[in-house]
Design a protein around this ligand. Structure first.
Ligand code: BES
Ligand code: ZN
Length: 463
């Protein structure tokens, strides 16, 4: 369990709910607080197992924006919302990649397997010539290469030395294969080495070496220029509408980003946040509310908040005017995140470093549900930014400092803590319910006395 404070100082906070009522609330100012009956309607139903299972599924493969992995995640997330009976929308938006298309053709057929990779600084252009195996391209291995393409094995000498050696013998192109089984992302030429130079894998290279043993081969190296390629990324939007007869007209949003960094499984960043969005959706689907709750997962966060910015721009003013709070969950399951900070390291970050309705609700909910006052701090770096820019009270819920495997291939399921997931989902769930439950803003008549909560600003290093 997280460390509990025996006495919570509950002092001052203010928030404006619809109708101008101003409160945070807790029913206990002395001995650690306690979840209210209202909190329990939400938090007792949260299943960390559900969240964990969804993270397991989502982190089976990377979900980089614009890839098959993202599409798979998006379809899964939408299907979950649909099975809850929500109105859903998959919102596509364009993203742009700079790519250089490189082709290698030997003996009339394009090289199979992964696409060849241009050396950094390679000339853009196409050359066709006889392919000659020159081993590792030390000067004593090479004969005359006038007008030929050199097939070189990586290793021993630097890239630039090897290219110099074959250029000195008249070569017009370089095709270099790896000497280890680590792909083809290597190689460079210097600014005087004006030659198409291309890297291929060890397997591709060894196959060519074999083929050359049985006769001459003509090769074409075609190094294309950098081009901007459009791809598509997606946001998933699911709306839970309140009872028509009891509708405040307001909207609360809960968000996470479903994309990962390329090559990373992103279990904590941010399959964890998505799992909490799905879990809260499951619970609120069966809970009477008087405020629309929108469940959002964004694509292309890792490319610079592209999905959430697109979503924010796409909102009609009539929606923005009704949006009262945005709760962003990003990296809420890290077993070792948060170091030994109180509350398991949970912190609420706002863009301007000021408290707002979301942090007030979060602090009060934390005080009640886990007897721990969550601090707030100042940080962007996630999808709460575009909501803040629209003037909507917003905060990022995260455990900080983050773990060393942030953005690494090792951000995997085994580093996820069910307890951390449960904690963050409870606090966000209880906070959202404060707004969306049908008896608010008439908190005065509720069973729970409004009490004001003080919580501290922390300038905590996040990495
Ligand atoms: N989940 C991170 C944000 C984060 C990381 C917050 C570490 C606090 C500590 C997010 O997915 C991310 O990596 N964001 C980018 C910035 C974004 C604008 C591309 C980052 O922080 O580099
Ligand atoms: Zn993230």
């Amino acid at each position: 369990m997280f460390r509990r404070k025996s006495i919570i100082t509950i002092l001052a906070a203010s928030m404006v709910l619809s109708g101008g009522a101003v409160y945070a609330q807790s029913n206990n100012t002395q001995n650690g607080g306690a979840a209210t009956a209202f909190d329990n309607k939400v938090i007792k139903k949260i299943s960390a197992d559900n969240m964990y299972n969804n993270i397991a599924l989502l982190s089976e493969q990377p979900r980089a924006a614009g890839t098959e992995g993202e599409v798979r995640a998006v379809n899964y997330i939408e299907s979950q919302f649909k099975s809850l009976g929500f109105e859903t929308e998959i919102q596509p938006f364009p993203i742009y990649d700079n790519v250089q298309i490189v082709k290698v053709n030997v003996g009339g057929s394009d090289l199979g397997g992964i696409s060849p990779h241009p050396f950094s600084g390679s000339v853009v252009g196409k050359v066709t010539a006889e392919l000659v195996n020159v081993g590792k391209a030390s000067p004593n291995e090479i004969g005359d290469l006038t007008g030929k393409i050199a097939l070189i094995e990586r290793g021993d000498l630097t890239f630039i030395e090897k290219v110099m050696n074959v250029l000195n013998k008249g070569a017009v192109g370089v095709l270099m294969y790896n000497n280890v089984d680590t792909g083809n992302n290597f190689g460079q030429v210097n600014s005087t080495q004006k030659i198409p130079a291309v890297a291929i894998t060890q397997a591709q290279g060894q196959e060519l070496v074999q083929k050359l043993k049985s006769g001459q081969l003509t090769a074409t190296l075609d190094v294309g220029k950098m081009e901007r390629v459009e791809k598509t990324s997606y946001n998933v939007i699911a709306s839970l509408k309140p009872n028509k007869n009891k509708d405040t007209g307001q909207i609360v949003t809960i968000g996470a980003h479903h994309d990962s960094v390329p090559g990373g499984p992103g279990a904590n960043d941010d399959a964890s946040g998505v799992s909490a969005v799905l879990e809260l959706a499951r619970i609120f689907a069966k809970t009477p509310i008087d405020t629309e709750i929108r469940f959002l997962t964004f694509g292309s966060e890792e490319r610079g908040l592209v999905g959430s910015s697109f979503y924010a721009k796409s909102l009609p003013k009539s929606d923005v005017d009704r949006m009262v709070a945005h709760f962003q969950m990003d990296m809420i399951g890290g077993r070792d995140a948060g170091a030994d900070n109180p509350a398991g390291g949970l912190i609420m970050y706002t863009i301007d470093g000021k408290k707002n309705l979301v942090t007030d609700l979060g602090a009060a909910s934390g005080a009640r549900t886990m007897s721990e006052v969550i601090p707030y701090g100042k940080l962007g770096r996630s999808d709460h930014q575009p909501f803040h820019e629209l003037g909507i009270p917003s905060a990022l819920f995260i455990h900080s400092p983050v773990e060393p495997w942030y953005h690494q291939p090792t951000d995997t399921l085994d580093k996820i803590s069910k307890e951390k997931l449960q904690q963050a989902a409870e606090i966000v769930g209880a906070s959202v319910y404060q707004i969306a439950r049908p008896d608010t803003p008439a908190l005065k008549v509720a069973r729970v006395a409004p009490v004001l909560v003080d919580y501290d600003f922390e300038n905590r290093p996040v990495q």
